[in-house]
Design a protein around this ligand. Structure first.
Ligand code: FRU
Length: 539
């Protein structure tokens, strides 16, 4: 029932009720953060897709405004699907979005604010030129969607990518325009891959090679690399490469699903994400949709479905070979009631309760120091799939060095627990670190997806500590390993480990001791996420 809501979150963005999927058109405009999102105004299941709109001054507290775009024109009557915001020359924000038209063909549309002097940009007007891009010249009408933020080349032309499936594979179609109204498709896509299916929600943006600040979408110089992200197989995959404006050549360092180098924003539940450049704090911020892992029947029963991740700032790592992500600093405003300790030995087979905070709504940082690294088990060269390895070697499976980490959402008797942990293996000349989020024991309830996730993480435990930060929030745990080098997000629905029956532990189920060099945990206050009175409909 709607009364008992143990799984609603305290500091993750969600609408008061109903279905939410992809984040859309995020932007920072005149001191205000805007988030639009795919929303069903009528039910907790996908349908009637509308752009809902919320604003924030700090990315933590949010005000829900009126819906920005509703499916009520021939070019979007079957849904106002995903899209992105662009600042035109002069700074005016506009959005490009996909409409599902009267024939359920996907077309790309433009909308702009009705009143630019309203800093909240409450009202949006669809362009009289819509649709701007239609599925012609062999484009399959059901696989043509999700325009990116547009960027402007040195030649003054605007460019935008549209996600596409052609010959059964993933493509990022490239369109160019001088006036943002008339768009011409380039003969060559920006990129494509025969190893994947349809690409949804592409994203394309520069990252600075010195890795300190975010970069605006239309800036180009030698000190940037370009990220191309595509959503497929329930995951957000990305590649890094060098982009040459004007020729629009994009040459990738490693490709999608090649060399076993499968770069993902998050190795858990995280999809259809989108970044934007925050000109205020000079950073690039990533939002991602976190789906439910419960049954549709239960989604309907609880009256809502879907979360947004905590916004993450995103940078190129020092190695230049991957991205790193970290929750925006503003989220730390919610920290309260700190518990911390240093230098605590965790013997093989032991657990340590972290008490004094609210474990179902918490922020935990812990770092581990390892001695005995020569005792690490040998890495088997056939272990190429880290998720499979985490599924086989779940938290109760004892190793030499690890599993060690935390048990979130644990019941006092430990029959429920979500284990986020590491294992260290030894190969010829180096160590291999595996990071897992094991949901297999997360709930005594049946009928849930309890998928276990995992990834290898680029840490050399001989020279650095292994760190973990987990944001725990009633039915979600977002984990950042190695200072953001690997992220794993999971949804869990404990039966008894809810509210004040939820406990948090550090654990070591390896044979050898590990040392907690530092642990810091905080209770998290609730974010203020409220509806503007204007939006409330009379009952
Ligand atoms: C991704 C997606 C997009 C589409 C939208 C529809 O989750 O399927 O490709 O635009 O959701 O809601």
């Amino acid at each position: 029932s709607m009364e008992h809501q143990p799984y609603r979150t305290g500091f993750h963005f969600q609408p008061p009720r109903n279905w939410m999927n992809d984040p859309n058109g995020p932007m920072y405009y005149k001191g205000v953060y805007h988030l639009f999102y795919q929303y069903n105004p009528y039910a907790a299941v996908w349908g009637n897709i509308t752009w809902a709109h919320s604003i924030s001054y700090d990315l933590v507290d949010w005000i829900h405004l009126e819906n920005a775009l509703s499916p009520d024109d021939p070019f979007d009557i079957n849904g106002c699907w995903s899209g992105s915001a662009t600042f035109l020359t002069g700074g005016k924000p506009v959005v490009l979005y996909t409409g599902s038209d009267t024939m359920k063909h996907q077309v790309q549309n433009l909308a702009e604010p009705k009143n630019l002097s309203d800093p909240l940009l409450r009202e949006w007007v669809k362009s009289s030129h819509n649709p701007l891009m239609t599925p012609v010249d062999g484009i399959e009408p059901e696989f043509f969607r999700d325009p990116t933020t547009a960027w402007q080349g040195p030649d003054g032309l605007w460019r935008v990518l549209v996600g596409n499936r052609m010959d059964g594979h993933g493509w990022a179609l490239l369109y160019r325009s001088r006036d943002f109204i008339t768009w011409t498709r380039s003969k060559e896509p920006l990129h494509s891959s025969t190893r994947t299916g349809m690409w949804e929600c592409p994203d394309f943006y520069p990252v600075s090679v010195d890795g300190k600040e975010g970069v605006d979408t239309s800036s180009f110089d030698d000190s940037t690399k370009h990220v191309l992200k595509a959503s497929f197989n329930d995951c957000d995959h990305y590649v890094l490469g060098n982009y040459t404006p004007v020729t629009d050549n994009y040459s990738v360092d490693t490709d999608f699903l090649e060399n076993g180098s499968d770069l993902r924003y998050d190795y858990g539940n995280f999809y259809a994400s989108k970044t934007f450049f925050d000109g205020g704090k000079k950073r690039r911020i990533l939002w991602g949709w976190i789906q439910e892992a419960d049954s549709t029947t239960n989604d309907i029963e609880k009256g809502w479905s879907g979360l947004q991740s905590v916004p993450r700032s995103i940078l190129l790592s020092k190695t230049g070979k991957q991205l790193v992500q970290w929750p925006v600093e503003e989220i730390e405003k919610l920290r309260t009631g700190n518990v911390s300790f240093e230098n605590k030995k965790l013997e093989g087979g032991s657990v340590l309760e972290v008490s004094g905070i609210t474990p179902s709504q918490a922020d935990v940082e812990v770092s581990f120091d390892l001695s005995n690294l020569e005792e690490a088990e040998l890495m088997d060269p056939s272990w190429i799939d880290p998720q499979l390895l985490c599924r086989q070697k779940t938290a109760p499976v004892r190793g030499n060095i690890g599993p060690f980490g935390i048990l979130a959402f644990a019941s006092k008797d430990m029959t429920e627990q979500t284990a986020i942990f590491f294992r260290v293996f030894r190969s010829d000349d180096k160590h291999v670190v595996l990071m897992c989020s094991d949901q297999s024991r997360s709930s005594l309830r049946e009928g849930l997806k309890k998928e276990t996730y995992g990834t290898f993480i680029d840490i050399d435990p001989l020279h650095e500590k292994i760190s973990l930060r987990s944001l725990i929030d009633h039915s979600i745990v977002e984990s950042f390993g190695g200072d953001g080098r690997a992220c794993i997000t999971a949804r869990v629905y404990p039966k008894s480990a809810i509210d004040n029956q939820s406990y948090l532990y550090a654990f070591n189920n390896g044979t050898f001791d590990v040392n907690i060099s530092n642990l810091n945990a905080w209770s998290m206050k609730k974010a203020q996420i409220v509806s503007s009175t204007k939006r409330r409909k009379p009952h």
